[in-house]
Write a protein that binds this ligand. Structure first.
Ligand SMILES: CCCCCCCC/C=C\CCCCCCCC(=O)SCCNC(=O)CCNC(=O)[C@H](O)C(C)(C)COP(=O)(O)OP(=O)(O)OC[C@H]1O[C@@H](n2cnc3c(N)ncnc32)[C@H](O)[C@@H]1OP(=O)(O)O
Ligand SMILES: Cc1cc2nc3c(=O)[nH]c(=O)nc-3n(C[C@H](O)[C@H](O)[C@H](O)COP(=O)(O)OP(=O)(O)OC[C@H]3O[C@@H](n4cnc5c(N)ncnc54)[C@H](O)[C@@H]3O)c2cc1C
Length: 664
C-alpha cells in the first residue's frame, strides 16, 4: 500500500538471526526451501484466492473448492511436483477439501491395512486420482465407540462376495469428509459376519459412485449432512451421509493385512495385533499434532503483529500511546501461546519420528512399541488441539474488536480449527486411553518390568514420590533439571494417586468410570511432561544461528513455567513444590516475558507465513493495518449501494409510521 514497513523498528530490535530460526521452525534447510517456494507460488496465483470465502453461499463455496482442488492437481502435474511439494501446495491453498481425506486417510488406510496385492491394485489408481476415496467409519449412532458400529459386511460363500448393509437408521455413515458429493470409493468400516458369526469391525473398499456419470451405484444412498459451524470455514468440505441396501462387493475388497476371509468363508487372523485396524487413526493423529502448531502459530503471528501495531492509553507529553504488546497482561496471554506454538512444533517433529519408528518395527513384526505409540498420538493430539482451539480464541480477544472481523482471519481459523478437538477421536475419550495406558504402567512397576520410552521416568518412582524441589531463587527455575523433576514428580504422583484410588473399587471398570475426571487430569500431566521434555531435548541438539538457542531456551522456559503456574494446584497439592517456589516461578516468568518482548515480531516472522496464507489484515507483514481495514470495509457487498436494498420495503415505511406517531 504505502510500501513502508510499519514494523521495521520492531524487526530491528531482534537479538537473533531470523533466517536461522526459519530453518529450525521448518525442520531443515530443505524443508524450509520447499515450504518457502511453494507458499510463494500459491500466494502469487490468483486461482488460489480465498478472501471471498466467508461471503459465499454453500453451493458457490463448494463449487469453488472443487475448482481449486482440480486446479491444484493441474499445477501439481504441470510443475512435476514431488509428493512432499504437492502436500505443501495443498497445505498453502488452505481450504479443507475432499483431497485431505483422499491423501490423508484413504490412501494411508490401504497402505496400512491392505495386502501387497491390494496395494498394487488400488494405490496406482488413487495416486493418479482416477478414483477418489474417503474414510467411512463414523455412523449416526456411534463415533467414539468404534466397536459399536452397526454396518454389516456379511460373507456370501455362494457368490464369493460381501454384502454391505445398513440395518438401522443409526448405522447410516455420518460425517466422513469427501463422502457427501465427491468420493467414488470409500474405505468403509463394517462388522464382518461369516457363517452367522460376528468378528467385529473391519475395513472394506467399496465403490460408491459410477466412474462414468458420478451417480450413486445401485443400493447406495448418499448425500451431504448439511452446514457446519461458521461461514466458509469447514463448509468447503462435503461431510456425508451414506446408507447401503445389500450392496455386493468382491471378497478381495476386504482389507486383509490384519485378518482374512478365505474362499470357503473361513475367518483367519494374521499374527499382527487386531488394533492395526485402527492404524490409520494413529497416523492421522500424529499429523494433527503437527497441524496444531501450524494453526496456533498462524493465530499467534496475527495477534503478535497486531499487538505491536495497536496503541491504547499511556501517552506522555503528547507522545504516542503505548503499544498494547507492552502491557504485561497482554504478554502473559500472548507469549505462552507463542511458546506453545514452538513447543507443539518440536513435539510434532518427535512424534513423526516415533510414528516412523513404529511403522518400521511393524514391518518386521515387532509390535512392542504400538501401545506407547497409540497413547502418545492420542494424548498429544488431545492436549495440543485443545490448547490450540483455546489459543486461537484467545488471539481473537487479544486483537480487541477488530479481531471479530472476518478480515482479521481469526473467526474463520477458529471455525475451521475447533472440530479438531472432536474428529479423529474426542479429546476426552483419547485422554482416557492415555490414562488406561498409565494405569497399566503403574500396575506393572512392582513386577520388575522396566518402563520404557515416554514412561521411563516412572522407573524412578521411589524418588519421584518423595522428592522436593530444591529451587531457592527465581533463576533456579531456568534449570532444565528443576523443571523436569517438577513435571515428572507431578505426573507420577497424579498417576499413582489414581492407581491407589482404583484399588478401593472391587470392580476396576466401575472404579475407572468413577475416577475418570481425575484420570483425565493425570493423563494431561503426563502429556504436558512429554511436550516439555521434548522441547528440552531439542535444545540439546546443535542449533546454529546467532542468538537462536537463547530465544528457544526462553520460549521453552516460558512454556514450562506458564504450565506450572496454570496448574499450580496440581504441583502444590501433590507436594512437588512449595507455595514460595510457585511464586518464584511466576517471578521468573515475568522476566522471561521481558526477554522475549524485543524479539516477539522476529519470532513470528520465523514462521515465514505469506500474507496470502495468513489471510489477515491485522497480521499483515508490513503492519499497515488501518488503511487496509478501511479499504476492505468498502469492498463489503453491503456497501455496493449507499442506500441498502430493502430500504423501500422495510426502512422507509417504518420511518413514515414513526413520523405519524410522532405527530400524534
Ligand atoms: C485427514 C488428514 C489430512 C492430513 C492433513 C494434515 C493435517 C490435518 C488437518 C486436518 C485434517 C483433518 C480432517 C478430518 C479427519 C477426521 C477423520 C475422522 O474423524 S475419522 C474417525 C475417527 N474416529 C475415532 O477416532 C474414534 C475414536 N475411538 C477409537 O479410536 C477407539 O474406539 C478407542 C480408542 C476409543 C478404543 O475403544 P475401545 O475401548 O472399544 O477399545 P477396543 O476397540 O476394544 O481396543 C482396546 C485395546 O486397543 C488399544 N487401542 C485402541 N486404539 C488403538 C490404536 N489406534 N492403536 C493401537 N492400539 C489401540 C487400546 O489401548 C486397548 O489396548 P489394551 O487392550 O488395553 O491393551
Ligand atoms: C469436522 C468433522 C470431520 C469428520 N470427518 C470424519 C471422517 O472423515 N470419517 C469418519 O469416519 N468420521 C469423521 N468424523 C467423525 C468424528 O471422528 C467423530 O465425531 C468423533 O470421533 C467423535 O465421536 P462422536 O461424534 O461419536 O462423539 P461422542 O462419543 O458421541 O461424544 C459426545 C460426548 O460424549 C463424551 N464421551 C463419549 N464417550 C465417552 C466415554 N467413554 N467416557 C467419557 N465421555 C465420553 C465425549 O467426551 C463428548 O463430550 C468427523 C467429525 C467432524 C466433526
Amino acid at each position: 500500500m504505502d510500501g513502508i514497513d510499519h514494523l521495521a523498528d520492531e524487526r530491528n530490535k531482534a537479538q537473533f538471526d531470523v533466517d536461522a530460526m526459519k530453518i529450525v521452525w521448518a525442520g531443515s534447510r530443505h524443508a524450509f526451501e520447499v515450504s518457502d517456494r511453494i507458499s510463494k507460488l500459491v500466494a502469487a496465483d490468483p486461482g488460489f484466492r480465498k478472501d471471498n470465502r466467508p461471503m459465499l453461499g454453500r453451493n458457490e463455496l463448494f463449487k469453488n473448492t472443487l475448482r481449486k482442488a482440480a486446479y491444484a492437481w493441474k499445477r501439481i502435474i504441470e510443475l512435476h511436483l514431488s509428493e512432499e511439494e504437492a502436500a505443501k501446495l495443498r497445505f498453502y491453498v488452505d481450504e479443507p477439501a475432499y483431497t485431505d481425506l483422499h491423501w490423508g486417510m484413504f490412501v494411508p488406510a490401504i497402505k496400512g491395512q491392505g495386502t501387497e496385492e491390494q496395494q498394487q491394485k488400488w494405490l496406482p489408481l488413487a495416486y493418479k486420482m482416477q478414483i477418489i476415496g474417503c474414510y467411512g467409519q463414523t455412523e449416526l449412532g456411534h463415533g467414539s465407540n468404534v466397536q459399536g458400529l452397526e454396518t454389516t459386511a456379511t460373507f456370501d460363500p455362494q457368490t464369493d462376495e460381501f454384502v454391505i448393509h445398513s440395518p438401522t437408521l443409526t448405522s447410516s455413515k455420518w460425517w466422513p469428509g469427501g463422502l457427501g458429493k465427491v468420493s467414488t470409493h470409500g474405505v468403509i468400516y463394517a462388522r464382518l459376519i461369516t457363517d452367522g458369526r460376528d468378528h467385529g469391525v473391519h475395513g472394506f473398499i467399496v465403490q460408491l459412485r459410477s466412474l462414468e456419470d458420478h451417480s450413486p451405484l445401485p443400493g447406495i444412498t448418499v448425500g451431504d449432512i448439511g452446514m457446519k459451524f461458521g461461514n466458509g470455514a469447514y463448509n468447503t468440505m462435503d461431510n456425508g451421509v451414506l446408507r447401503f441396501d445389500h450392496v455386493r462387493i468382491p471378497r478381495d475388497q476386504m482389507l486383509m493385512r490384519v485378518s482374512q476371509v478365505t474362499r470357503e468363508g473361513k475367518y483367519m487372523q494374521s499374527d499382527v495385533p487386531r488394533q492395526l485396524v485402527y492404524g490409520t487413526m494413529v497416523y492421522v493423529r500424529q499429523t494433527i499434532v503437527a497441524d496444531a502448531s501450524c494453526a496456533l502459530s498462524r493465530a499467534v503471528c496475527i495477534a503478535t503483529r497486531y499487538s505491536a501495531v495497536r496503541r491504547q492509553f499511556g501517552s506522555q507529553d503528547g507522545g504516542p500511546e503505548s503499544q498494547v504488546i507492552d502491557y504485561k497482561t497482554q504478554q502473559n496471554r500472548l507469549f505462552p501461546l507463542l511458546a506453545s506454538a514452538y513447543a507443539f512444533r518440536f513435539v510434532g517433529e518427535w512424534l513423526k519420528w516415533l510414528y516412523t519408528d513404529v511403522t518400521q518395527r511393524l514391518q518386521t513384526n515387532d509390535f512392542s512399541t504400538l501401545p506407547e505409540a497409540h497413547a502418545c498420538t492420542a494424548g498429544l493430539k488431545s492436549v495440543t488441539t485443545t490448547a490450540t482451539a483455546d489459543g486461537i480464541e484467545e488471539c481473537r480477544k487479544l486483537c480487541g474488536g477488530h479481531g471479530y472481523l472476518c478480515t482479521s482471519g481469526l473467526p474463520e481459523l477458529f471455525a475451521v480449527y475447533v472440530p479438531a478437538c472432536t474428529y479423529e477421536g474426542d479429546n476426552i475419550v483419547l485422554l482416557l486411553q492415555v490414562a488406561r495406558f498409565l494405569m497399566k504402567t503403574v500396575s506393572q512397576l512392582g513386577s520388575g518390568k522396566k518402563p520404557v520410552g515416554t514412561t521411563s521416568y516412572m522407573g524412578q518412582i521411589e524418588h519421584l514420590m518423595q522428592c522436593r524441589s530444591n529451587v531457592q531463587r527465581a533463576e533456579d527455575w531456568l534449570k532444565p533439571s528443576a523443571i523436569l523433576e517438577a513435571f515428572e514428580s507431578r505426573a507420577a504422583r497424579m498417576s499413582v494417586a489414581c492407581a491407589q484410588n482404583l484399588t478401593k473399587f472391587t470392580n476396576p471398570e466401575e472404579g475407572f468410570a468413577e475416577l475418570s475426571a481425575d484420570l483425565v487430569e493425570a493423563a494431561v500431566a503426563h502429556c504436558q511432561l512429554i511436550i516439555v521434555s521434548k522441547f528440552i531435548e531439542k535444545l540439546l541438539q546443535d542449533i546454529p544461528g546467532k542468538g537462536v538457542r537463547e530465544q528457544l531456551e526462553a520460549l521453552c522456559n516460558i512454556y514450562a513455567l506458564f504450565l506450572l503456574h496454570k496448574h499450580q494446584g496440581d504441583f502444590l497439592s501433590t507436594g512437588c513444590i512449595t507455595a514460595k517456589q510457585a511464586s518464584l516461578a511466576n517471578d521468573q516468568l515475568r522476566s522471561l516475558y521481558s526477554q522475549v518482548r524485543p524479539n516477539a515480531i522476529a519470532l513470528v516472522d520465523a514462521f515465514n507465513y505469506t500474507d496470502h496464507f495468513l489471510g489477515s489484515i491485522l497480521g499483515c507483514y508490513d503492519g499497515n493495518v488501518y488503511p487496509k481495514l478501511y479499504e476492505a470495509a468498502w469492498k463489503d457487498p453491503l456497501n455496493d449501494s449507499v442506500v441498502p436494498e430493502g430500504y423501500h420495503e422495510y426502512i422507509r415505511p417504518l420511518l413514515k409510521q414513526n413520523l405519524r406517531t410522532a405527530r400524534l
